[in-house]
Design a protein around this ligand. Structure first.
Ligand SMILES: Cc1cc2nc3c(=O)[nH]c(=O)nc-3n(C[C@H](O)[C@H](O)[C@H](O)COP(=O)(O)OP(=O)(O)OC[C@H]3O[C@@H](n4cnc5c(N)ncnc54)[C@H](O)[C@@H]3O)c2cc1C
Length: 446
């Protein structure tokens, strides 16, 4: 395989990442997931066993369509098993007013309807398939890190209210009274659609539901090559092959680029880091005035996202490094510790028990992409949810399944078609460094 963008350690599929969620694996539903050990034939083959691939598999199997998932690591190895567990409205780096300027009001509203539907899709799956997603909180907070950033939150609230999502914009004091005390907070937006969940719990439950409905799941089955043989696709792993009429590409930030040249250079994988503290004492929580289980993030370009977990640990996430080396991970862990201490002085120097990272996926147009290749409609794809894919990628997998089953409607403009390739794709890490430097300046000046 070609040399990946980041350090090789980020592509070690032989073991799960050492996350807080993995430390709880014993309490999750067991998922039957053997490696592909022979030559198989199926109707639809899916590359990637995260929310997108599993949701597509679940919905295809439910519609009576034969489907097989090929995942390089254990099921949920990628971002789906290691994220922050915000099940919320998002999926784009563009705000409501920027989307409206680019795509017009009607398309922006229909995009936001999709985002709300995505949150409902997770709720509905959990209910119908009795998945214990370890839900926490009703709603999601976004707090302004400067007074003038409250305006953006107001325009987000306006658009969400127009599609029936109850929102509240509160003052600094209002936020403190309902959420927590924080040294960089100037008022906040509360969106009623959204909550926290256990990401690996949801992923394992979704996998079990897909398997129960008849989908075949192969873990530890990295697809190393892909070719056409007449009207069928042939996917090759180290110990077997899958022949399929259709392929869904659900590899998101980890997809080896040479596997599907039509998608190469269209994703910018970006590392995001998470620290989790030891359980906080009542006194520590009291000193920060903690009252909420709802997930929260701020308006910084280098955003901080955080939530109090059921066992009173604080999950605190933010930007990652741009190399993927072990040293880069150590530096980001320390940076996040400093940022947490700055926002929450009572938690400065609290022990971090878990720290890990993974790829989120950005696109040139800053919105996700869902659909089929223009010159080969037997290949479907979904990628680029900009660090907000718990709900969106579950929705996207369902949408791809519906499109294959012929039961889907149209897509809103921000999701349609392939985003442009990044210029000089092999230099993407330098572009990323420039973007992160600009974000740092934006945070300092705006
Ligand atoms: C640290 C972090 C925190 C995040 N926090 C949040 C959050 O709080 N809320 C939120 O909404 N989103 C969050 N996200 C983003 C969210 O997790 C992702 O958008 C979502 O999980 C993507 O789902 P997916 O199925 O598209 O991709 P993934 O879950 O990444 O799955 C892709 C899978 O494809 C596999 N794969 C790739 N290539 C091959 C191949 N050749 N053969 C076989 N398998 C292959 C990979 O191993 C991987 O498991 C976060 C992401 C990270 C990394």
């Amino acid at each position: 395989m070609a040399r990946p963008l980041f350090d090789a350690s980020q592509y070690d599929w032989s073991r799960p990442v050492d996350s807080y969620w993995e430390s709880q694996r014993d309490t999750l539903p067991a998922v039957t997931q053997s490696a592909l050990m022979r030559d198989e034939t199926t109707e639809v083959a899916i590359i990637g066993g995260g929310y997108c691939g599993l949701s597509a598999a679940y919905h295809l199997a439910r519609a009576g369509i034969e489907v097989c998932v090929l995942e390089a690591g254990p099921i949920g190895w990628g971002a789906s098993g290691r994220n922050g567990g915000f099940c919320s409205i998002g999926a784009s780096f563009l705000g409501a007013s920027e989307l409206t300027a680019l795509f017009g009001e009607a398309e922006t509203l229909s995009f936001y309807r999709v985002l709300v539907d995505a949150v409902r899709t997770v709720e509905q799956l959990a209910l119908e398939e009795s998945i214990d997603i370890r839900r926490q909180g009703d709603g999601v907070w976004t707090f302004a890190h400067k007074a003038k950033r409250l305006r953006e939150l107001q325009s987000q609230a306006q658009i969400l209210e127009r599609i029936g999502v109850a929102c509240e914009v509160v003052t600094k004091a209002g936020f403190e009274a309902r959420a927590f005390r924080c040294d960089e907070q100037y008022g906040a937006l509360f969106e009623s659609a959204g909550f926290g969940l256990g990401p690996l719990a949801f992923c394992s439950g979704l996998a079990r539901a897909a398997a129960t409905r008849g989908a075949t799941l192969h873990a530890r089955s990295l697809v190393t090559s892909w070719r056409r043989e007449g009207g069928t696709h042939l996917l090759v792993t180290a110990s077997g092959t899958v022949r399929a009429k259709r392929v869904i590409v659900a590899g998101n930030g980890w997809l080896p680029e040479e596997l599907c040249p039509a998608l190469a250079g269209r994703v910018m994988p970006v590392l995001s880091n998470i620290n989790v503290t030891r359980p906080l004492s009542e006194d520590e929580l009291h000193r920060q005035g903690w009252k909420t289980e709802a997930p929260a993030s701020n308006t910084r370009a280098h955003l901080a996202y955080l939530r109090l977990l059921p066992d009173k640990r604080l999950l605190f996430g933010g930007r990652g490094d741009t190399t993927g080396t072990p040293a880069g991970g150590t530096a980001m862990r320390a940076l996040l510790e400093r940022r947490m201490g700055k926002l929450f002085p009572a938690l400065k120097d609290v022990e971090i028990t878990h720290s890990w990272r993974g790829f989120i996926a950005a696109t040139m147009r800053l919105t996700p992409a869902v659909g089929e290749l223009p010159d080969d409609p037997s290949v479907s794809y979904a990628f680029g949810c900009h660090g907000n894919g718990v709900a969106f990628m579950t929705w996207a997998g369902r949408e791809l399944a519906k499109r294959i089953a012929g039961t889907a409607g149209g897509l809103p403009a921000p999701l349609r078609g392939l985003p442009a390739r990044f210029p000089l794709p092999s230099l993407r890490l330098w572009q990323l460094r420039a973007i992160l430097a600009r974000a740092w300046l934006e945070d300092a000046l705006l």
